[in-house]
Write a protein that binds this ligand. Structure first.
Ligand code: ADP
Ligand code: 5GP
Length: 235
């Protein structure tokens, strides 16, 4: 049960999902969003061309390079990076809107972006998704069929460098069985909700509990003088 449901309000936080291309982050993010109404996907801006099934404003904000540069210059991006030959960036508005709406923001971003998010949103929780092995990664990327051979090769050759940055993350999850992976990420979210850093009103809650305990504590037989003497002795 979340701390909020136990009377301890929890501040929502961004959740960064990074992985080499084809490891399954987009699939995991979609499943997690379906399970939890308080999770929202961070729609990035990109100069990459849309894939067949992708919708502008839903999967990405597909923008020309000029518009992407304008967004950088205008300070509209919380982070951005060149990944596999295209530009990708997280609109700052995604982060502020999620805070206003008390939503967990899921950011499917690369390791360069994750490093920048650490500076912009210190409360973000960083999860790295690993494939069970290299063969499975290559097979998933091939089976997805969303890239031509050249682009697929480029993504595969970048994968080793990305995998090596896994140790920078707070959590690492191997995406073997999809349901088990989504369970693991959901548990991370639930566990992190109990972190003191994410409990903004804990002081008030502790005071309330102490007041409530105080009502059950019988006064000592000697009254106030006895309390003072006990305190003096303990100093
Ligand atoms: P990414 O967003 O990391 O590039 P995707 O989510 O697009 O990866 O997943 C790549 C491919 O692998 C997709 O075809 C997806 O359906 C498939 N996939 C993802 N997770 C699993 C899994 N646990 N088992 C089998 N196939 C998976
Ligand atoms: P794809 O083209 O497969 O959708 O994404 C390619 C890579 O770009 C993935 O590693 C994905 O996580 C990353 N990516 C997507 N959006 C962003 C973003 O806003 N910022 C950064 N830095 N990387 C992103």
């Amino acid at each position: 049960m979340s701390p909020a449901r136990r009377g301890l309000p929890c501040r929502t936080f961004p959740v960064v999902l990074s992985a080499p291309s084809g490891a399954g982050k987009t699939t995991i993010a979609r499943r997690l969003r379906e399970r939890r109404g308080d999770v929202v996907f961070s729609v990035s801006a990109t100069t990459r061309a849309p894939r067949r099934h992708e919708r502008n404003g839903v999967d990405y904000h597909f923008v020309p390079v000029d518009e992407f540069r304008r967004m950088i210059d205008a300070g509209e991006l919380a982070e951005w990076a060149e990944v596999h030959g295209n530009y990708y960036g997280t609109p700052l508005a995604n982060l502020t809107r999620a805070v206003e709406r008390s939503q967990f923001l899921l950011l499917d971003i690369d390791v360069q972006g994750a490093r920048q998010i650490r500076k912009v949103a210190a409360d973000a929780v960083h999860v790295f998704i690993l494939p069970p092995n290299g063969d499975v990664l290559a097979e998933r990327l091939l089976r997805r069929g969303s890239e031509g051979e050249e682009v697929r090769q480029r993504r595969l050759s970048n994968a080793c460098g990305e995998v090596q940055s896994a140790a920078e993350f707070d959590y690492v999850v191997v995406n073997d069985d999809l349901d088990a992976t989504v369970d693991a990420v959901e548990k991370i979210l639930a566990t992190e909700s109990h972190r003191v850093q994410h409990l903004p009103e804990m002081g008030a809650t502790l005071e309330r509990i102490c007041r409530e305990i105080g009502k059950h504590v019988a006064p000592p037989p000697g009254g106030a003088r006895e309390i003072a003497q006990t305190q003096e002795r303990s100093q």
